[in-house]
Design a binder for this molecule. Structure first.
Ligand code: PLP
Length: 400
């Protein structure tokens, strides 16, 4: 039989989705599964985005420009980015197949096979996957749960830089930790990039989900670094349009954009219905964002308070996104997650969490931690916490 490539055999499976068959099996037994594992928000997409798709009169669904529909690029530049204080021209935006393609392109554009990119661990696990696909090595600066996953000293970055280091890749606010980096921290990261002439790839797909009084500070606004910064963005989280598969890659660096266009042309165009929905979404009223933010603050508070009330569990208070990383009183969070899905039932229910191990690069880190998404309504979060607490009490591998 013909053999698939060794690269495909070695390709890591999605750490976030690999427990899905166990959850499906539990559901097939009639068990209710509380999904604390995935960043799929349950909040409705803006009506204007849905109406744009329903109301369109297209009689031919053709390709768009490889860079995306000009109405979308112009709308993003003039309505969205200008509105949040990011100065960018439509020609500096290429519409991508969501944030995922923008991350992949950023790595392709900045690195050759064998090059290195510095990330802050724990990091969004698909960074690892895209790095693998592009033959890139991730080097991780470690952050601690006890310190709320704050950025450590600058020396931690300097010591990882080698001649093969091409970029620093951050997510702000962060998945999985929900950490929000301040203006000062982003400026400090910019300083390291300036010193070593590295790209700063800033994944800001959770920009609208910030829960402090300080406004989000975009890496695009670091003074004097515009040629080094690449912005990754997406409509998935911002407008609850995960299925639209629309995002963008943005840079003031002309070489970066020219390279991005070559890759974009190779895949012809991003999905057109998704672009139509995204054009509609540009009219989303501020009241939508305000309501979503208020809802997530209530959910975060319920989740973090509830987690910290369980003996042996610790969660910092995340300042952004809709996740937290919690340490659990278990030997191994992956075994616990499996056991919950396969064995444990409480009032006919169980919960699914994501083991945090795969969000770390350093061996042995995060073994007893889990990423918990607070994407359920508060009453369901409370019920899920009750099930989690009961599960921990019954778990044979409990360490507290
Ligand atoms: C930090 C981060 N970046 C990028 C993405 C990619 O999302 P999408 O491809 O839907 O834009 C995700 C999805 O969860 C994410 O958490």
């Amino acid at each position: 039989m013909a053999k698939i490539s060794s690269k495909s055999q070695a390709m890591p499976a999605s750490a976030i989705r690999k427990l899905v068959p166990l959850a499906d099996a539990a559901k097939a037994q009639g068990v209710e599964v509380f999904h604390l594992n995935i960043g799929q928000p349950d909040i409705k997409s803006p009506q204007c985005a849905l109406d744009a798709v329903r109301g369109n009169k297209l009689d031919l669904l053709s390709y768009s420009n490889s860079a995306g529909l000009i109405e979308l690029r112009r709308g993003l530049a003039e309505k969205y980015y200008r509105g949040i204080g990011i100065d960018v021209a439509p020609s500096e935006i290429i519409v991508t197949v969501a944030g995922s393609e923008a991350v992949d392109l950023s790595l392709k554009i900045t690195c050759d096979v064998g090059d290195e990119v510095i990330v802050l661990e724990p990091f969004y696990t698909n960074y690892n996957t895209f790095a693998f696909m592009n033959g890139i090595t991730l080097k991780a600066v470690h952050t601690n749960i006890e310190e709320g996953f704050k950025i450590p000293s600058i020396d931690a970055f300097d010591s990882l830089v080698t001649p093969r280091t091409k970029a620093i890749l951050i997510s702000n606010p962060g998945n999985p930790t929900g950490t929000l980096y301040s203006r000062e921290e982003i400026l400090a990261l910019g300083e390291i990039c300036r010193r070593h002439d590295l790209f700063l790839i800033s994944d800001e797909v959770y920009r609208e989900f910030c829960y402090t009084d300080e406004p989000h500070f975009s890496a695009m606004n670091i003074p004097g670094l515009s040629d080094n910064v690449i912005l990754v963005d997406s409509v998935s989280k911002r407008y609850n349009l995960c299925g639209a598969r629309i995002g963008c890659i943005i840079s003031h660096n002309k070489d970066v954009m020219a390279a991005a266009m070559k890759y974009a042309q190779a895949r012809l165009c991003p999905p057109v219905f998704g672009q139509i929905a995204s054009i509609g979404a540009l009219d989303t009223p501020q009241s939508y964002f305000d309501a979503v933010k208020k809802e997530y603050i209530a959910r975060r508070d319920a989740m973090v308070e509830g987690l910290n009330a369980i003996p042996g569990v610790f969660s910092p208070l995340p300042e952004g996104a809709f996740y937290t990383v919690a340490s659990l009183p278990v030997d191994d969070a992956e075994s616990f997650a499996r056991w919950m899905l396969e064995t444990f039932r409480y009032d006919g229910a169980t919960v699914q969490i994501t083991p945090a191990r795969s969000f770390y690069k350093t061996p042995g880190e995060g073994v007893n931690q889990a990423r918990i998404a607070y994407v359920l309504e508060v009453p369901r979060i409370k019920k899920a916490l009750e099930v989690l607490r009961a599960g921990l009490e019954a778990y044979p591998g409990l360490t507290r």
